[in-house]
Design a protein around this ligand. Structure first.
Ligand code: NIG
Ligand code: FE
Length: 398
């Protein structure tokens, strides 16, 4: 048993508020939080624990980055330059760049190369407090490379972070297919085998005019449903396709991006209990001006998560802390909403109820910060005050 004591805990225990406990203590056993509360009220059993003094430091739940495309080959910094010269993300995609350019580089990369580059990225996220990480496939677009990406994603778990994998073969049309419907048939065909290999925790798709239609996405979701896999969707990023309503009909865990989400889409998410995952990094990098409908999401009681969406094109960031700041400055989330978005609601977007808060019974995944108040984590940017990351009850060094 271990006891961390003498810190300010931002527990996020209730449905709102920081749940602050000053001079708080966390009792940890078998990788779980056994007891959390004011140090003055510690239970007698704590006497036997190894003590770690927090010295007044701030403690928050570990970060859950619920949307990343962390495994890939190559770089797309050239597209950054093209966009600065006036090309749009959709223009570049239609000209054969964008996702397809990363597909070519990923197909050409070995498993060892993909693991080496993705490990560095995962470690960068971990240095800013990430304890659970989602990783999508979707740069293979052929069975063997999709499998390679997912195997690499699983292996990232050895670094000391929990990894959830998502099958995103319905991300773009690969060059060897002329017909999107034929490709969707292949996407559905590959899934059972990948799932049988234990490589898939959820299924995602890109529903957009430059990607797949709601009818095509529903075929992928039917294939997921047949295997009992939960679904998520890249929805209404560049236009309103009604993807949110479709996903809500499948009780999707989350719909992500959502800048062009309609009022009917908001209602559908609210009724289905689907999480809205907002991705301020992509909004920023694409110089988007259409804001996701935050007020309507709040009013409909839709849980809001935020994530890095790390990918080589629309969001090449490895900073969850910067996402906290951008979610507030660009989307006008409150710092508390942003922190919930990166912890408890990020976990919910992955279907995980066992993490994201500092309460007894949850996993002992937490961050110790050189900060006085959790709002500072969102207010500052370009600064990393992480002192220590605790994953499953142990300090994780590099
Ligand atoms: O979440 N929108 C689609 N997928 C990614 C971008 C992928 C890419 O550009 O490589 C996203 O923004
Ligand atoms: Fe994405």
């Amino acid at each position: 048993m271990k006891l961390w004591r003498g810190g300010r805990l931002a527990t996020l225990a209730g449905d709102s508020g920081w749940g602050l406990i000053d001079d708080g203590a966390l009792l940890v056993e078998d990788g779980l939080l056994r007891w959390v509360g004011p140090a003055a009220e510690l239970p007698a059993e704590a006497a036997a624990a190894e003590v770690i003094e927090l010295g007044g430091a701030l403690v928050t739940p570990g970060f859950v980055d619920c949307h990343t495309h962390l495994v890939y080959g190559g770089s797309r910094a050239n597209e950054f330059e093209q966009r600065l010269l006036g090309a749009s993300y959709a223009d570049i995609a239609k000209a054969g760049g964008g996702i397809r350019s990363t597909v070519a580089a990923t197909r050409a990369a070995s498993e060892a190369e993909l693991l080496a580059s993705a490990s560095k990225r995962a470690q960068a996220l971990m240095r800013e407090g990430v304890t659970t990480l989602e990783v999508k496939s979707g740069y293979g677009l052929e069975a063997a490379t999709e499998a390679r990406m997912l195997r690499v994603a699983r292996k990232l778990g050895r670094l000391g972070v929990d990894v959830r994998t998502t099958y995103l073969a319905a991300h773009a049309l690969p060059p060897e297919f002329a017909d999107a419907d034929d490709y969707i048939a292949a996407v559905c065909l590959w899934l059972p085998d990948l799932h049988g290999q234990g490589l898939v925790d959820a299924v995602d798709a890109f529903c957009e005019h430059i990607a797949f239609s709601p009818a095509q996405v529903s075929r992928v979701f039917d294939a997921a449903q047949r295997l009992g896999l939960p679904v998520k969707l890249h929805a209404e990023q560049l236009s309103d396709q009604g993807g949110a309503q479709l996903a809500a009909g499948y009780r999707a865990l989350s719909c992500d991006h959502l800048e062009f989400l309609s009022p009917a889409g908001v209602r559908a998410l609210g009724e289905a209990g689907t999480v809205a995952v907002l991705l301020p990094g992509a909004f920023y990098a694409l110089r988007e001006t259409q804001l996701p409908p935050i007020a309507a999401l709040r009013q409909a009681g839709v849980p809001i998560a935020i994530a890095t969406d790390h990918n080589p094109g629309s969001s090449p960031t490895l900073s969850p802390l910067l996402m906290l700041n951008m979610a507030c400055v660009l989307f006008r989330l409150t710092p508390e909403e942003a922190l919930r978005g990166l912890t408890v609601n990020g976990a919910r977007a992955l279907g995980l109820a066992d993490r994201g808060r500092l309460v007894a019974g949850q996993r002992a995944d937490f961050c110790i910060w050189d900060s006085e108040h959790p709002r500072e984590l969102a207010a500052c940017f370009g600064h990393n005050p992480l002192k220590e990351r605790v994953w499953q009850g142990s300090h994780q060094g590099e």
